[in-house]
Design a protein around this ligand. Sequence first.
Ligand code: HEC
Ligand code: HEC
Length: 504
Amino acid sequence: MLYKSKKSKKSNMGSRQLLVISVASACLVLTACNENPAASFNDAELLSLVSAAGLTGDPTTGRTLPDITDAKAQLGKKLFFTKGLGGNDDSACVTCHHPVLGGGDDLSLSIGVGAEAPDLLGPGRFHDMNAVITDGGEFDGGPPVPRNAPTTFNLAMWDQALFHDGRVESLDKIAGANGAGVLGIRTPDSPDITTADPDAGPNLAAAQSRFPITSPEEMRGFTFVNPGTNADLRTALEAKLKAFGGWDVEFTAAFGDDAITHLRIAEAIGEYERSQVFVNSPWKAYVEGDRAAISDSAKRGAKMFFSSVADGGANCTSCHSGDFFTDEQYHVLASPQIGRGKGDDNGTLGNDDFGRERETADVADRYKFRTPSLLNVEVTGPWGHAGGYTRLENMVRHMLNPEQAIDNYDFSQLNPTIQAADLLTNTQFALDQLEFNRTSNVAEVHQNITFTDDDVTDLVEFLKALTDPCVKDRDCLAPWIPDASDTNPDGLRLNAIDNTGAFL
Ligand code: HEC
Ligand code: HEC
């Protein structure tokens, strides 16, 4: 099996002739060839599934998206990369959402303020043991942030909700009311979950970007306007940016005058993120008509992804639906619960995370998390709301059969500083909830799938076909990363390095 999958990987890179030769020799070497990989895949069958699923290949259809060269996106880029928005000048948005790291941080759980080396991102980023003394934060040696940082790539494609638990969400979309701005967006600043936040701004991205700055672990630290309300904090940051002096000209270029307001900061950051559109995948080319754009293995994976369980498929598309591969709804999948948790308590531990229930206060939503998009999923790991899987293949196995995946869970995949002692206990509560939902016939509940190792290989190949090559190419990502030609308005730009000291 391994041999076969290696061969098919190699054939992706080689010419078609090489494919035929290598497949033929593989069949000679292996005693049994239970299928003929050289025979062309039945594209018509897959394409009818694709059309039944209503896909066009392009999730940007019908959307007006900003370009990274727009003045607001350019300002947003500089704001996204400045540690000046951090309370102690040591953490920026990019700390956990770097384009070269798939729009995330390549860590299971994020480390924001108080890092040993603030500009070192990705593996090798650790919290400074001494920062607990200088910065007053509670620190247990592991990552201080309780969830995995999702990618900012393709953020503009989300219509309903942001965050794993949807705590920034469009009330318009939920109500089904057409016409943006009728009901607005609710955020953690809203008094309850049906009331819009009047300061949410023009879109979900802008609304969301007003919150990481308020989080002590992510950007604020434990002493900057702390204690203090979110409003106090934002006013203090406006004054802080103003005092640097260098931002006036930047705000004027983007907004026409030099007023530095928290609403403008949020809108500009949102435009930068919304310009990160990376959807030109081989899969898109395939759906649009290029039958040779993806491998036969990826096609078999796609067939499984889109086929119903009754037809021998895995029905992944029941949740990962549409061209953006998400229904934007919440489901129990019981992916590994690691880290500090959200302070939820299902027994005695107090380090659990109840997910969507935290927002709705409805126990039926316990352990539900938002369905992630799968575009570029190859580069957005670790996977799951707490980053419990560091290999995509393991995440796929979990999606096929969560109980079996947790039974076989490999702790060695986690960085040893991660709080994982209660993984099995907490995750078992979520598995029990999943089983309860199954026996109670809850709508859209996950069903276990019978599968082979080849199926996993094929599904992973399909998921890799959802990668826009740009996200693996530093030169292609360059427009989203400030360089020497960009001003550095407060001298606090985060010029990220990796654990070898190389610039990202
Ligand atoms: C210390 C790491 C860290 C920093 C710094 C940080 N984030 Fe995040 N970000 C996260 C984590 C973790 C989540 C998921 C939190 C959750 O869902 O509860 C997240 C979620 C998001 C999301 C939601 C994505 C989605 O798919 O729903 C966006 C957008 C985002 N962050 C943008 C930003 C911006 C803008 C900034 C700066 C103002 C920022 N982040 C700073 C770690 C960080
Ligand atoms: C019942 C709904 C449902 C089904 C069916 C489903 N998924 Fe998921 N998937 C989710 C949810 C919800 C998450 C997020 C879980 C979490 O954050 O803990 C997720 C997460 C993932 C992730 C990790 C993404 C990330 O960014 O962390 C991958 C990969 C994935 N699913 C692939 C699949 C595949 C392949 C199938 C079919 C074999 C499948 N899913 C079936 C709902 C579903």
